[in-house]
Design a protein around this ligand. Structure first.
Ligand code: SAH
Length: 214
């Protein structure tokens, strides 16, 4: 079989992720084979394999690959799971999740961002991503419960609607904190009707805002 050559900056990115705690081989493989440049502006494509967050439309950001790796690894996904993602943004993380789960339901409050990512999903021929323009803090009632929930914007506290829509034994990964400089990534587990919470790492996400923008 012909082996495609992996660019040097991509090799360095994967090494960097491994060094920084991303050890799940499926997660690393998916990040390696996913072209992050598809999800960002032409002018930034040269930076697509750098381990940094980058600006996207509507004043938002595409997450740093390390954060995508850590969050995805902590979700502990398998191929039969249904995942809810709040904050589609560029669609990059959504596409990563779609390669590791059965179905991904993603919600974005900025219409232009959602349209752009939906266009990319169509181009990539993805058939297991469902998306909608809405306030993700409300969750996706009709499709609940979810095995996994991932929130890629920071909330002052865990939104109750999302907690209600998480299955028993489900996992939610969410950044919590009011202030941009004081956020912690939390892993929430629902077990025997109890909510268990574990702090993972310090992070910097854009805020989870109420309502939607056209
Ligand atoms: N995972 C995305 C991260 C985008 S930044 C990526 O890597 O590209 C976070 C996104 O969350 C932004 O696009 C922002 O508009 C969105 N967001 C913030 N509050 C939201 C809400 N209540 N519902 C849905 N999306 C929200």
């Amino acid at each position: 079989m012909k082996k495609t050559k992996i660019p040097k900056d991509k090799v360095n990115l994967i090494l960097d992720l491994k060094k920084s705690g991303v050890s799940n081989i499926d997660v690393l493989n998916v990040i390696e084979k996913t072209e992050r440049s598809f999800f960002i502006d032409e002018s930034l494509k040269k930076k697509s394999n750098l381990n940094i967050a980058l600006p996207i439309d509507c004043g938002q950001t595409i997450s740093q690959p390390l954060i995508v790796g850590i969050m995805t690894q902590c979700l502990d996904l398998s191929k039969n799971m249904r995942v809810l993602e709040i904050g589609t943004g560029s669609g990059y993380h959504t596409y990563i999740l779609s390669q590791l789960a059965r179905f991904v339901y993603t919600i974005e409050r900025h219409k232009p961002l959602l349209f752009k990512s939906e266009k990319i999903f169509r181009k990539l021929n993805v058939s297991n991503i469902f998306s909608k323009h809405d306030d993700g803090g409300l969750g996706w009632m009709d499709q609940a419960p979810f095995d996994r929930i991932i929130v890629t914007a920071s909330a002052p506290e865990i939104p109750q609607n999302l907690l209600n829509q998480l299955s028993e034994d489900g996992i939610m990964i969410i950044p919590i904190g009011d202030d941009y400089s004081d956020q912690v990534l939390k892993k929430i587990k629902k077990k025997d009707n109890k909510v268990l919470s574990e702090n993972l790492i310090s992070v910097r996400f854009v805020p989870l805002l109420e309502g939607k923008e056209n």
